[in-house]
Design a protein around this ligand. Structure first.
Ligand SMILES: [Cu+2]
Length: 369
């Protein structure tokens, strides 16, 4: 039908001129053949490559302990903060069965997904669905579009569940047609930023109200020095996907480089911005690309300076270090000289694997019965 339609509709002017004799002009025939060929060689394979990706996910009551100082009750996807990485390709059909094992209602909103024809899977309590009650399972179905750095989070009492109970995880949708610069990337790092208010730490169901003062600040659910370095080699081209998962602003400064801000909210910017500091707010994503051509040990930190404390103590919170592998790490003053390196802290290893859903054991909390 699609191909037939082209004879009648794609070149209406020409088709009209030919109508009395029902002869299709040679120019039209060759253009139509060209279009048919394009459809068979370019469009069909893309359609054929879209896959069904089906996952199970739980929501669990857990507890995390930041820098061995402050415990927080979390409602955690698959028992971990952040939740598992979901990595798919643009156009894939995504199906997620969510089982709520906690004692409170929840949902999942797929932040950035267009949900064309599937608005009931948008995950907003009392607007697009009734909340998933304790013990119940709900199935979300949608097409993965648009591409880019997206994320998912609960959409029940977001002021508490998202802002301070860790109910979020990354959803990365690879484009069908990546930009040239994306093809040069050797490593992907995902960083989700969130702040925590000790006052409500052990009071699930409460908190996230005006006047709250956050006193712990995390990247992927850990506060410095419990974050992990980004270990790179000269020649690497790294993409850092920053996600504002909490309710704070962040102004991330990276030493020793001028990076390119290439994407905002998953969409490519018409003109990438060169910068050394990047501001993003709640819900927002910014993707940076760095060419690793300056060996050293380079600080990465929130320049909203009060976000670099643990409680009242400085040298904490939202900080990490880019460590070049060709630079020794044993200086006696170096705070991470004896660091036990845990790979995949930024899902950089999982991002190299085939499409799918990936848990990270380092993000697991302690189960609360
Ligand atoms: Cu929730």
């Amino acid at each position: 039908m699609f191909l037939n339609m082209h004879h009648e509709c794609m070149f209406p002017g020409r088709a009209k001129a030919a109508q009395p004799t029902k002869i299709i002009p040679i120019a039209c025939r060759s253009q139509c053949r060209g279009l048919a060929l394009l459809f068979l060689t370019a469009v069909l394979p893309v359609i054929a490559r879209a896959e069904k990706r089906e996952f199970d996910m739980t929501i669990e009551d857990t507890e995390i302990n930041l820098v061995e100082q402050q415990k927080f009750h979390t409602f955690a996807f698959d028992g971990q903060v952040p939740g598992p990485l979901i990595h798919v390709k643009e156009g894939d059909e995504v199906i997620v069965h969510v089982n709520n094992l906690t004692t409170l209602p929840h949902t999942i909103h797929w932040h950035g997904v267009l949900q064309r024809g599937t608005w009931q899977s948008d995950g907003v309590r009392d607007v697009t669905q009734a909340a998933i009650q304790p013990g119940d399972t709900y199935t979300y179905k949608f097409i993965a579009e648009p591409s880019g750095t997206l994320w998912y989070h609960c959409h029940v009492n977001v002021n508490e569940h998202v802002a301070m109970r860790g109910m979020w995880g990354p959803l990365i949708i690879d484009p069908k047609n990546p930009l040239p610069i994306e093809k040069t990337v050797t490593k992907n790092y995902i960083m989700m930023f969130s702040s925590w208010v000790s006052k409500w730490a052990d009071k699930p169901g409460y908190g996230g109200v005006p006047g709250d003062e956050p006193d712990y600040f995390t990247v992927n659910g850990k506060a410095f020095p419990d974050t992990q370095p980004l270990r790179v080699d000269p020649g690497d081209v790294i993409r850092i996907r920053l996600i504002g998962a909490g309710d704070g602003l962040h102004s991330i400064h990276i030493h020793g480089t001028v990076f390119q801000i290439v994407f905002k909210d998953g969409r490519p910017l018409a003109s990438p911005v060169l910068a050394d500091t990047v501001l993003f707010g709640p819900g927002e994503r910014k993707d940076l690309i760095i060419k690793c051509d300056n060996p050293g040990r380079w600080m990465v930190h929130d320049h909203i300076d009060s976000h670099t404390v643990n409680g009242q103590k400085p040298m904490g919170g939202m900080m990490t270090v880019i460590e070049y592998n060709n630079v020794k790490r044993d200086d006696s003053f170096y705070i991470w000289r004896n660091k036990q390196f845990v790979p995949d802290f930024y899902y950089e290893e999982s991002m190299k694997k085939p499409y799918g859903k990936y848990d990270a054991p380092g993000f697991k909390g302690k189960a609360i019965q």
